[in-house]
Write a protein that binds this ligand. Structure first.
Ligand SMILES: O=C([C@H](O)CO)[C@H](O)[C@H](O)COP(=O)(O)O
Length: 210
């Protein structure tokens, strides 16, 4: 399982400072949606420029204009972009077309989807590369927790790789891996830790495969 650091900080400077400490422990660097909205896609370009060996994940959370927004992310050197699973199939198809054109990946973020099994099967047919089971920050603030049981269910339903995001911590990372995620996205448990470097190192240590 790959470890992704989700950077929901609000400035490129803060993000780069964080990465000096934690990049060595992660496989994927995520430019969080608020960070992209605050600073623009230059964050994605900068991450790739300074960390060319890492996969760069642009959390665009595209809801419309799928091909256009995915292309914007890939032109900024993202390896992954996200499209919201709740969006129209035409939006998903547009993002998939851009991913194929640039030979990159599109992840469908399942945030807000009610029938996740049904939508997962549809998304696989639409050609997305990854499915992200995601408990968003607002949902977490209202008691939402990681959906490990659903991760296992989806693992049995679709062949494409699964990623997990939302509230993953040092003491749950092994359950995420055991449930069948190929990527675990960890945000606050790293960037808001007293020592982000130590937190990232400990989380990395708990992952058995790579
Ligand atoms: O995608 C995210 C959220 O929608 C805000 O951008 C987070 O990066 C993702 O939920 C992981 O963050 P943590 O829950 O802090 O681990």
């Amino acid at each position: 399982m790959k470890l992704q650091v989700s950077i929901d900080l609000l400035s490129l400077e803060q993000a780069m400072n964080l990465l000096q400490d934690v990049a060595a422990y992660v496989d994927v660097i995520e430019a969080g949606t608020p960070l992209i909205k605050q600073e623009g896609l230059k964050v994605v370009e900068t991450f790739k420029k300074f960390f060319p060996d890492k996969l760069i994940f642009a959390d665009m959370k595209t809801m419309d204009a799928g091909e256009l927004e995915a292309e914007m992310a890939f032109k900024a050197n993202a390896d992954f972009t996200t499209v919201l699973a709740v969006s129209n199939d035409a939006t998903i198809e547009g993002a998939v077309a851009a991913a194929r054109k640039y030979n990159k990946y599109v992840t469908a973020d399942m945030i807000g989807v009610h029938d996740r099994v049904k939508r997962a099967v549809e998304l696989e047919k639409l050609g997305v590369n990854y499915l992200e089971l995601h408990t968003g920050l607002d949902e977490q603030a209202h008691g939402g927790v990681s959906r490990l049981d659903e991760l296992q269910t989806l693992r049995g339903m679709v062949k494409i790789p699964l990623s997990a995001a939302g509230g993953i911590k040092e003491d749950t990372i092994q359950q995420v891996e055991a449930a069948g995620a190929q990527i675990a996205a960890v945000g606050a448990a790293i960037y808001a830790a007293k020592s982000p470097k130590e937190a990232a190192r400990r989380i990395r240590e708990k992952i058995t495969s790579s």
